[in-house]
Design a protein around this ligand. Structure first.
Ligand code: CP3
Length: 343
C-alpha cells in the first residue's frame, strides 16, 4: 500500500490536511476519451471488461491524459449479476439489457452466490496488471454497485427513470426481495474483498438509484445492505459511499463508518456539510453538464465549488459520471483548476 508517489486521496480519506484537494472524475475510464472510442470499435463491451490488457489500457488512459489523482478500474457494476448467473447484454445506444429478469421467488433458483475467484477472476487479473502498470503513480479505486442498484437492473431488466417494476417487486414480494438483496450483498462483499487482495487501494460503492427511495425505504432496501459492506471491509481500506440523490441520508451513511460520502450537484456543499457533519470527507459535486460550458466558465465554476467545500475533507469530483460528449480540454480545465488551487 505504501510505495505510492501520489497518495493524496488516501491521506484525505484518513482525515489529514493536505497541500491541495485531490481530484478524479466518476466514469473517467471509458465514455469520453477518443482513445477509448477506438477500442470500442474493435471489441465488445464485456470483451473489454474481461481482457485484463484492455481493461488496464482503458483504466490508465485518463491518468496519462488528464493527470487525475486516482485511477478507477475499468469494469461495470453489472458483472456481478452476470457472475450470479444472469445474462447481461449491453445494447448499443440503449444500455444494459437483462433478458430474463427476476420476477418471483422461483426465479431466485436461477441465481446464486458464486465463487468470485472463479467467475470474476478476470477483474482481479486486471487489478494486478493495472497496479503493475501504474507503478505507484496514483492509488487504484475498486468498485461495485450497491445491492439496491443491482436489484433495480436484475428485476427491471433494463435501465429506467423510475425503476417502477423493481419497486413493485420489493413492495409486493418483500421477503423475496430481501433474500435477493442479501445474496447480492454476500457476493459483493466477497467480490470487493478479492479486489482488495488483488491490490485495490480504496473502494467506492455506487448506489445510483438510492435517491428513488423515500427515507424509510432507503434504510430498508439500500442502506442496511451497504452498511454490511462497510462493516465487512471498511477497516481494511477506505470505502466511499455514493448514493445519488440520497442527500437526506448523509448522516446515516456516515454512521456506517464509511470514510467518504459522494454527493451530486443537487445539494450544496454547505447543506451537505450540515447534514453530514464536519468530520467526514465529502466527494463531489460538479454538475457534469457544466463541463459543456466554455472553458473559462468551467474554471470559474470549479473554483466556486472548491471554495464552497473549503479545501478540507474534500475530494473534487463530478456529481455523477462524465458525459460521453465532453471535449477532452474541458475535462482538463476542471482537473487543472483543482490541481492549481490551494484554497
Ligand atoms: O468509472 C469508470 O470510468 C469505471 C468504469 C465504470 C463503468 N460503469 C464502465 C462502463 C463504472 C464505475 C461503471 C458504473 C456503472 N455502470 C453504474 C454506476 C455509476 C453511474 O453512472 O450511475 C451504472 C448504473 C452502470 C450500468 C451501466 N453500464 C449503464 C447504465 C451503461 C450504459 C450507459 C453508460 O453509462 O455508458 C453501462 C455501460 C458502460 N459501463 C459503459 C462504460 C464505459 C459504456 C460502454 C460503451 O458504450 O462504450
Amino acid at each position: 500500500m505504501t510505495n505510492l508517489k501520489n497518495d493524496l486521496i488516501l491521506r484525505v480519506l484518513k482525515g489529514e490536511k493536505t497541500e491541495r484537494v485531490p481530484v478524479w472524475m466518476m466514469r473517467q475510464a471509458g465514455r469520453f476519451l477518443p482513445e477509448y472510442r477506438v477500442l470500442r470499435e474493435k471489441y465488445g463491451f464485456f470483451e473489454r471488461c474481461q481482457t485484463p490488457e484492455l481493461a488496464t489500457e482503458i483504466t490508465l488512459q485518463p491518468i496519462d491524459r488528464l493527470g487525475v489523482d486516482a485511477a478507477i478500474l475499468f469494469s461495470d457494476i453489472l458483472v456481478v449479476p452476470q457472475a450470479m448467473g444472469m445474462e447481461v447484454q449491453l445494447v448499443e445506444s440503449k444500455g444494459p439489457l437483462l433478458p430474463a429478469p427476476i420476477q418471483s421467488a422461483a426465479d431466485l433458483s436461477r441465481v446464486s452466490v458464486p465463487d468470485v475467484h472463479d467467475r470474476l477472476h478476470y477483474v482481479f487479473d486486471a487489478i494486478r496488471l493495472i497496479k503493475k502498470e501504474l507503478n505507484g503513480r496514483v492509488p487504484l479505486i475498486g468498485f461495485a454497485g450497491s445491492p439496491w442498484t443491482l436489484l433495480c437492473y436484475m428485476v427491471q431488466g433494463k435501465g429506467s427513470k423510475t425503476f417502477d417494476e423493481a419497486k413493485a417487486f420489493c413492495y409486493q414480494q418483500p421477503e423475496t426481495a430481501h433474500r435477493l438483496l442479501q445474496m447480492i450483498t454476500d457476493t459483493t462483499i466477497a467480490y470487493l474483498r478479492a479486489q482488495i487482495e488483488a491490490g485495490a487501494d480504496l473502494l467506492q460503492v455506487f448506489d445510483s438509484w438510492g435517491g428513488l427511495l423515500n427515507e424509510q425505504d432507503f434504510e430498508q432496501l439500500s442502506l442496511q445492505y451497504m452498511r454490511q459492506i462497510v462493516t465487512a471491509l471498511g477497516d481494511r481500506v477506505p470505502v466511499i459511499l455514493f448514493a445519488k440523490g440520497a442527500w437526506f441520508a448523509l448522516a446515516e451513511m456516515k454512521a456506517t463508518g464509511a470514510a467518504g460520502l459522494g454527493i451530486d450537484w443537487c445539494v450544496s456543499a454547505q447543506k451537505a456539510r450540515s447534514f453530514a457533519g464536519d468530520d467526514i470527507v465529502l466527494q463531489g459535486n460538479f454538475d457534469p453538464a457544466w463541463l459543456l460550458a466554455p472553458t473559462p466558465v468551467i474554471k470559474a465554476k470549479t473554483k466556486e465549488m472548491l471554495q464552497a467545500f473549503g479545501g478540507h475533507h474534500h475530494i473534487a469530483n463530478l456529481g455523477h459520471g462524465i458525459l460521453p460528449h465532453v471535449p477532452v480540454d474541458h475535462a482538463r480545465a476542471f482537473v487543472d483548476t483543482v490541481k492549481e488551487c490551494t484554497v
